[in-house]
Write a protein that binds this ligand. Structure first.
Ligand code: GLU
Length: 311
């Protein structure tokens, strides 16, 4: 993979006094430039890490080339820097980690936790939409292109989200046996995110609530692989007036790097941090210093969404 943009020091932006085992991360997919919705996740995970004197990493989730925009990864990194969100250590690119993902899939196949599947979307939809394990017992009859799925069961996965509170999900009725490698041989997000969070020793995950219902799948995979489970905190996501998440598909506007102070201030308000009016228009370093000092995860609203009009 060619990385055309390298920050001045890819090892570490700054020497941060790390005193705890806290390791957080921001894991954007380079499907477009950062917008206000992604700034919320970046800022919340950054502030939580800094408040806890932890490490904050950036991981580029470039797993799905058909959905990616050339140059978006570099642009995201540049925007993070312009907003003062300076990460520690080297940025990891998921596109460099296919061998690791494959090794873990081989391990899951060998242990009988995963299996090949040739069902099309249409076949699954006709059988009710949630994957029913149809190919589990047909392994010797499969030919052609196959996906790889993880076996799930009816056990309830429970966890306490630090913002959204107690959560419970039964994987079989909710999503069924889920895909860990797609038919086009691309590795699935659920698998890669679990491998990388474990490989990087991530202890705290602060991200958008659109991933709340993915967390049980990730906890389940962590259990199967014997990985440590991080703490999770899911912040509200920004939606438009139709309730759709801000994204490239819903034409979210890219962050304007020329005026980071205004957006940082607004983001702090959305995150329930009540920045003082005097901070409005202050330089980004002042805003971030105040925000780190005063960061309270408990003040983040325990709602799944915030409408763009509300800010
Ligand atoms: N790459 C994912 C996204 O951009 C986020 C993954 C995560 O934070 O676990 O939506």
């Amino acid at each position: 993979m060619v990385i055309s943009y390298k920050p001045a020091n890819t090892e570490a932006h700054q020497t941060w006094p790390v005193r705890t085992a806290y390791k957080g991360r921001f894991a954007p997919s380079p499907t477009g430039p950062l917008h206000f919705g992604s700034l919320l996740a970046a800022l919340a995970s950054f502030l939580d890490a800094r408040k806890n004197q932890g490490i904050w990493l950036v991981r580029m989730e470039d797993l799905d080339p058909p959905r990616e925009i050339p140059g978006a990864a570099d642009q995201i990194l540049r925007t993070l820097e312009q907003f003062g969100l300076l990460w520690d250590q080297q940025v990891i690119y998921q596109s460099d980690r296919y061998q690791t993902y494959q090794a873990i899939i081989d391990q899951l196949l060998k242990a009988g936790h995963a299996y090949y599947c040739s069902c099309s979307r249409q076949m699954i939809a006709q059988r009710g939409g949630v994957y029913d394990g149809y190919c589990r017992s047909r392994q010797s009859h499969l030919h052609g292109i196959t996906a790889i799925r993880l076996k799930t069961d009816n056990c309830a996965i429970t966890f306490k989200d630090q913002i959204q509170g107690p959560q419970r999900q039964q994987l079989s009725p909710y999503c069924g046996d889920f895909v860990i490698r797609r038919k086009d041989k691309l590795y699935a997000y659920q698998l890669a995110v679990v491998c990388d969070d474990a490989a990087q020793g991530i202890s705290h995950i602060v991200r958008g609530s659109d991933l709340l219902d993915s967390t049980p799948r990730q906890l389940y995979l962590q259990q199967l692989l014997g990985y440590q489970q991080p703490c999770y905190a899911h912040i509200p996501i920004m939606v438009n007036s139709q309730g759709q998440k801000l994204s490239k598909q819903t034409f979210a506007t890219a962050l304007d790097p020329l005026h980071p102070e205004k957006k940082l201030y607004q983001a702090l308000k959305v995150l329930g941090q009540q920045p003082p009016t005097a901070l409005q228009g202050a330089p980004i370093d002042n805003i971030l210093d105040w925000a780190i000092e005063n960061w309270s995860l408990g003040a983040v609203p325990s709602r799944l969404t915030v409408e763009q009009q509300e800010i």
